[in-house]
Every structure is written in C-alpha cells, then in structure tokens.
Design a protein around this ligand. Sequence first.
Ligand code: NIG
Ligand code: FE
Length: 424
Amino acid sequence: MKATLVIKNIDNLITLKGENKPRVKNSLKDIGIIKNGVIALDGEKIVYVGEGELPSDIIIDENTMFLDGNGKTVTPGLVDSHTHLVHGGSRENELAMKLKGVPYLDILAAGGGIHSTVKSTRESTFEQLYNKAKKSLDTMLGFGVTTIEAKSGYGIDDFDTELKQLEVANKLNTDHPVDIVSTFMAAHAIPKDYKDNPDEFVDIIIKDMIPKVAERKLAEFCDVFCEKGVFTIEQSRQILLAAREYGMEPKLHADEIEPLGGAELAAEIGCITADHLIAASDTGIEEMAKNTVIANLLPGTSFNLQTGKFAMARKMIDIGVPVALSTDYNPGSCPTENLQLIMSFASLIMKLTPEEVITAVTINGAAALGLESEIGSLEIGKQGDIVIFDAPNLEYILYHFGVNHVDTVVKKGKIVYRDNKIIN
Ligand code: NIG
Ligand code: FE
C-alpha cells in the first residue's frame, strides 16, 4: 500500500479509536492516545495508524510528503455540528441592551434579534452571503474545524431567502475544503405576519416548504426553535415528523431558555440531537439517555446570553447521554467561529474532562451529523481529516485558552492550512 502523506514522531496521537457510534460513559475515558505515533494516508483515506516506525508494507516514494509531529498533539479534524453559518449583517447593536440585562427573548419579541438578521439576510445577495459565510468558514478551518453543520432560518416566511441560504451552503460545500451538512430551519422565529396565527405558518412549512426542500435535496436535517414565544412543543412535533416523512432527520433547539419539555420531545421523536438544553428537566435528560439522543451543548451561547446558566453537562454524561459540543456560531447568541474557545468553556465551566471534550468535538460531533462511519476518529479506512496542534498535550489546548493552537490542518489527505494560512 502506498502513502501520499505521512505524519511521524507524533508526541500525542489522539486517535479516538473505537466503535463508530456516539460514545457514552466509560467509552469516553479511552481516547486511544498513542505516544510517538505515526499515521499514513493514501489520497483521501487513512491507511495506517500506529506507534514508532511505519511497517514495510506501506510504500514510500519520491512523492510521499512527510510532516513532523515532534512536540505536537494530533487529533481528528474537529466537527462543529451546530452553526447558523449563512446570514447577513451583524448585531453588535444588541450589546448595550444585553449589558443592561434585557433578555434575549424580549429583544426577539420586540421585533429585534432573529428578526433583524432576517431583514439583513433578505436584503443580501447570494454573492454577499457567500462571501461573508466563506470568510467565517476560513476562520473555522484555521481553528481546526474540517466539517460543519449549517442551518437556514433567516428567511422564515420568505422561502426564497431560505433557499438562498441553503444554496449558499451547498455551493460552499463544493468550493471550500470544509464539508458542510445542511439543516432546514424556517421554524426559527414566528414571522410578524403570522403573529396572531402561527399555526398557519406551521402549515406552510409542512405543506409547501418541506416538500420543496426535500425535492431539491437541499438539506439532510430539519430543526425547530422550540421555545416560549416561538414554536410550541406541538408545533415542533408536527414540523419534525413531517420533515422525517420527507427524509430529513429531526434536530431540535430544545430548552435553551425556558424548560418547555424539548428534551422529552426530542426523546419521544428520536431526534438525532437535542441542542442547547440549558433549562432541560431531569426527566428529559433521562429520556434522552434511554433513546440515545445526542445532547449538542453550546456553552458559548450560555456565556453570551449572560444568564449565568449552563447545561448540566456532568449530569448528562454521568447518566449516559452522548454529548457533542458546538459553537452555535450565529450573529445573535454566539458570534464566534472559535471551537477551541468552546472546548475551553466546556472544560473550565462545565467541568468536562479533556477526554470528554475531545470526544464531543470529534466522534460525537460526527455522530451528531450521522457521519460517524466516515470521520471523527483516526482509523484505517476513515477520511484523512487531521489537525496538528502546536501543543505538547490535550490539556494544554484547553488550559491555554482563547488563542489558536493549530499548526496544520489536513482535509481529505491534503494540507489545507499551515503557517496561519489557507492553502489552496
Ligand atoms: O441557537 N435560538 C435560536 N437560534 C440561535 C440564535 C439565532 C440568533 O439569535 O440569530 C441559537 O441561539
Ligand atoms: Fe442555534
């Protein structure tokens, strides 16, 4: 077997070797660390992972490229499985309100928040949205992220804008090294015109929009913002069950601010993930564990909402809920592309161990997108998505927070980021 790329002398090679399914409980402790590791790729795929030297059946020739892992920590490419990547404008004007303690839902109810991004997104051309999202995607890649999820949801009742967002994500998926998985989320806010009759909008989503998105194969998942003053439990159930009929797997913004029973609903329907869960009930969390719903936790949003409340991550892990971690990158509740910062928050605020944190942004993040057989661990046959961190160990990356520790990013076997630059 030949090797096109070899990374050797790796001080800490974190493989995440194990079953291709979301990791829970004890399986979170063993992240498959190899000291003095070596990894070989042939084209897009991994062909060898081990300790010391390469075995003789791996053929090296003059075209084989070598990278040195001395003093470095190597992990699978990071997965950011919850973002609102494609949108127009920004909302720094909300900062003063936030500092005065005006709650997120009050800003939304007064016609700001998501509604103001809906306005900017509707007013943006395809090209403007593409260029803005590309810039963010470049930043994500620089932080070691090789696969993301991206939601629509800033067109809401303007279906053309919903489609425009999904098409931008689709084109970037083709043009950019980072892989993008799309989620349809017109159910992100109640449009002003349907304030007095939100069920009518739910009907439009179910009868008009979902079939068209499915027909154009524009999204793999469907998501709803299930929240007080936004979509109810019953409306969320109807939308997600309809989406599943059309082949879009359900996800849910669940119990982000008020404890509505979103976690329970996610368990009942069998959502692939329930996201946020800051206000989730004990029963909801237990039901998620029983039904293997992944808790996609977003501590950057807790930080930004300024309520001092974070999801009960320790409790979730202890009772067997699979946990993933994401940025929730969006212009309102979490304007950052920096997944490494989120990893530090998860460790320092939510008390996740370093092993749990790296699992949550690799194999469990992959599972949150249904991609656990292709990415999320460094094993023979898997895609060559790899991050080389300029850090002597995993703890160092979490502890030395707020900066970028990435040295090199490899996507599908190609070096796509090195020396602080994207390589085309
Ligand atoms: O995940 N909560 C709903 N959606 C986003 C925020 C979107 C926005 O404020 O623009 C979230 O927090
Ligand atoms: Fe979100």
